[in-house]
Ligand binder design. Structure first.
Ligand code: CUA
Length: 327
């Protein structure tokens, strides 16, 4: 009895905690028509599943504690047919058709933009082919229209998931998959890799920022201007250190000789909200931590530690934070 009470208390506490805080990553706080359809399906399945569960528990208690020799109403064989075959067939076929209906309801009509996202261990490459923008670990899109996401993976299978806006979509090496999302209004939500992809899977996240259409156009123009300005950046000590310490072996910065995509593109680094696929906020001290001891910020990351004297570290950070600064 005590143990049962403990289990119920734990469950209630869990449900309460689930309800806490801003719902920036929740299937049950839908912010698009697609996510609403999925949330409705979730509730329908949860309710049907709960009713079936309670009925089965009722029969189980009846079997354990009921009078011995008692029979179900209508006879044993009839009960097996009705409860074991007919009822599950009706319930499962009903849910199947409902799920198919949801799938059709979530098929998009037309796209206003295509964004390419490539999953890497353990970060997200984000490309805007029409605008020529490449960034990472942060997706900006306009609200109000359907945006097509063209997905693939660089190494192993990942899964693209923004619970507030849509269901999951697998990202596969060598194959493109697509998903369309439409945010009803501007907002910021958290996306998360939904397929186990190695020891940093749980910390493979990103922020999705949906802008009002005019604000999104301004965002695109600002990124394009910043990338163009990078090419004109004067030579600086920090930039020399970037190449001296081999950062270009993994990273790209548009307008420079750094072109690798083993790690995230840094052209717009200072403009991003987070570092390490949403592992830490993007600030001067966390950036220093990323360079000197990245594994303390994100255990298991592929980013190697770079040991350098304090004045070199400061100069390198000055350079990195000059790349597309936040206004
Ligand atoms: Cu990428 Cu899990």
């Amino acid at each position: 009895m005590k143990r049962g009470l403990g289990t119920i208390t734990t469950l209630c506490a869990f449900l309460l905690v689930m309800g806490c805080g801003p719902h920036v990553q929740s299937v049950l706080d839908p912010r698009s028509d697609e996510a609403s359809a999925i949330a409705d399906l979730w509730w329908a399945m949860a309710i049907v599943g709960s009713v079936v569960f309670l009925a089965v528990m009722g029969f189980l208690f009846g079997a354990v504690f009921g009078k011995s020799g008692s029979r179900p109403p209508g006879g044993a064989m009839r009960f097996v047919w009705a409860g074991g075959i007919v009822l599950p067939a009706i319930v499962l076929v009903g849910i199947l058709f409902y799920a198919l209906h949801v799938t059709l309801r979530t098929a998009p009509p037309q796209h206003i933009l295509t964004i390419e996202v490539v999953g890497h261990q353990w970060w997200w490459e984000v490309r805007y082919p029409d605008a020529g923008i490449v960034t990472a670990n942060e997706i900006h899109m306009p609200a109000g229209g359907h945006v097509q996401f063209k997905l693939s993976a660089h190494d192993v299978v990942h899964s693209f998931w923004v619970p507030n806006l849509h269901g999951k979509k697998d990202m596969l090496p060598g194959v493109f998959t697509t998903i369309s999302m439409r945010a009803r209004e501007p907002g910021v939500w958290r996306g998360q890799c939904g397929e186990f992809c190695g020891n940093q899977h749980a910390l493979m996240a990103f922020d999705l920022v949906a802008h009002a259409p005019d604000d999104f156009d301004a965002w695109v123009a600002a990124r394009q201007a910043a990338a163009a300005a990078t090419e004109l950046t004067q030579r600086s000590y920090g930039k020399e250190l970037f190449f001296q310490h081999g950062c270009q072996n993994c990273h790209a910065i548009q307008g420079t000789a750094a072109r690798s995509n083993i790690g995230p593109d840094l052209t717009h680094l200072a403009n991003r909200r987070t570092l390490g696929a949403a592992a830490t906020p993007n600030e001067r001290n966390t950036l220093a931590q990323w360079i000197v001891d990245p594994r303390s910020a994100k255990p298991g990351t592929n980013m190697p530690a770079t040991h350098l004297p304090a004045e070199e570290l400061e100069a390198l950070i000055d350079y990195l934070l000059s790349l597309d600064q936040r206004p």
